[in-house]
Structure formats: C-alpha cells, structure tokens
Write a protein that binds this ligand. Structure first.
Ligand SMILES: Nc1ncnc2c1ncn2[C@@H]1O[C@H](COP(=O)(O)OP(=O)(O)O)[C@@H](O)[C@H]1O
Ligand SMILES: Cc1cn([C@H]2C[C@H](O)[C@@H](COP(=O)(O)OP(=O)(O)O)O2)c(=O)[nH]c1=O
Length: 205
C-alpha cells in the first residue's frame, strides 16, 4: 500500500458540509494512532487569523484579496503546517490553496498565472496528499447557509459567484485527480459521513 496521506485538506463551497464532518475525521485519524493537527484557512496562526478577519469583512479588490490569503497561507505553512509534519503529525486543514484557485480564481477572476506564481512563492512546494472536495449544488448550499448562519463577505455573494467557485474546484480536481476525492455533498448527512469514511479507509486511515 502507498504511504498514508499526512497532509489532508477539505474543500468545497460555503455550506457544503465541511465543518460538519471535520471532528469525526479528526477522531478517526486519532483512533488510528495519529497525532492530529487540526487547522483552517484563512487562519491557523495569530497573524493569519488577523488577515482572515480582514479578508472576510473588508471590501477589497480581487488581487489584494489573493495576496492576503496567500500571505496568511505562508505564515500558516511556515509556523504550523511544516512544523507539524516534521513532528510526524497528520495535518487536517479546513481549506488550503485550492480555495484560492476556486474563490479568487473562479469566483473573482484573478488570472491563473498570478495564482500559480503566488502558490509557488508562498507554499514552499507544499501540496496536500489528499483533498476531500465536498461538491454541492450552489442553490442547495445557499439554502443550508440561510438556515444556519449570518453571511460573511463571501457568503453574501450570488449563485453565479458560487457556480464559478464550484467550477474552479472542478478545474483543480481535473488537473490533479490523484489528490482529489470528490464527495457528493448533496446526499444525507449519514450518507456523506459514510462516503468520508470510505475515502479515508481507501487511503489507509
Ligand atoms: N448532508 C447534509 N444535509 C443537510 N444539511 C447538512 C448536510 N451537511 C451539513 N448540513 C448543514 O448545512 C449547514 C452548513 O454546513 P457546514 O458544515 O457549516 O458547511 P461548511 O463548513 O462547508 O460551510 C449546517 O447547518 C449543517 O448542519
Ligand atoms: C482559504 C480561502 C478561503 N476563502 C474564503 C472561503 C470562505 O468563504 C471563507 C472562509 O472559509 P470558511 O472557514 O470555510 O468559512 P466558515 O467559517 O464560514 O465555514 O474564506 C477564500 O476566498 N480564499 C482562500 O484561499
């Protein structure tokens, strides 16, 4: 069997159900003997959490937004993700660079070449070993969000924005199919949870 994934990310449009399954994923990894570093983006360090508050709340142009999410990511990679991996931990991150390609690239229209350059500068060559993509129809995601919480600057965007974000994830998954596991997040909670467990089991967890 190939090496178990040690840097695992979860992705998808807002309301797809990522947070719902995060704790169970961490528990499953722990039960299998892993020390889990559970983290999120934008955020994961004091500086990156400050940048998160700006990105989620302050109006700004798309390239500024991309620069800030990658600045936050660099701080997170250097101070949390790389050290945890070096200690032999499993890093489970609620979003990583794919989100920038989906939201800033797909959603906001920042050119791919600029995002590729930022990724090359910011991430020290680090890519997740496994990405669970919670794929959901944007109309369903909007209904779930409306029932659950107040919208932030991204969640207030219209359906067309989330269609573009979804397409951004699809493009990223098509470009790197070995890393991505797509989950149909439109199914019942129990069915999605079983699909998450199946993906983890397939990869040795
Ligand atoms: N499979 C599902 N079916 C119906 N509702 C769901 C499902 N998964 C999550 N939800 C609900 O949808 C809302 C958004 O889920 P959440 O996990 O916060 O999404 P995300 O973290 O991807 O933004 C929550 O109220 C959650 O309880
Ligand atoms: C990591 C990242 C997130 N985002 C956006 C996606 C989300 O709308 C928002 C915050 O993500 P998230 O933590 O999933 O939101 P919530 O706490 O409401 O579940 O940031 C980007 O636009 N680019 C990025 O690179």
């Amino acid at each position: 069997m190939s090496r178990r994934p040690v840097f695992i990310t979860i992705e998808g449009i807002d309301g797809a159900g990522k947070s719902t399954h995060l704790a169970a994923m961490a528990q499953r990894l722990q039960a299998a003997g892993a020390t889990v570093c559970l983290t999120r983006e934008p955020g994961g360090t004091p500086l990156a959490e400050d940048l998160r508050a700006m990105v989620l709340n302050r109006p700004m142009d798309p390239l500024t937004e991309a620069l800030l999410v990658f600045a936050a990511r660099r701080d997170h990679v250097l101070n949390v993700i790389q050290p945890a991996l070096q200690r032999g931990e499993v890093v489970l991150a609620d979003r990583f660079a794919d989100a920038s390609f989906a939201y800033q690239g797909g959603g906001r229209g920042v050119p791919l070449a600029q995002l590729n350059a930022l990724e090359a500068w910011a991430c020290e060559g680090l890519q997740p070993d496994l990405t669970l993509w919670f794929d959901l129809d944007p109309t369903e995601a909007a209904q779930r969000r409306a029932r659950a919480r107040e919208a932030d600057r991204f969640e207030a965007e219209d359906l067309a924005f989330f269609e573009r974000v979804r397409a951004g994830y699809a493009a990223r998954a098509a470009a790197q199919p070995a890393r991505f596991a797509r989950l149909d997040a439109g199914q019942s909670l129990d069915t999605v949870a079983a699909a998450v467990r199946a993906v983890m089991a397939e990869r040795g967890w």
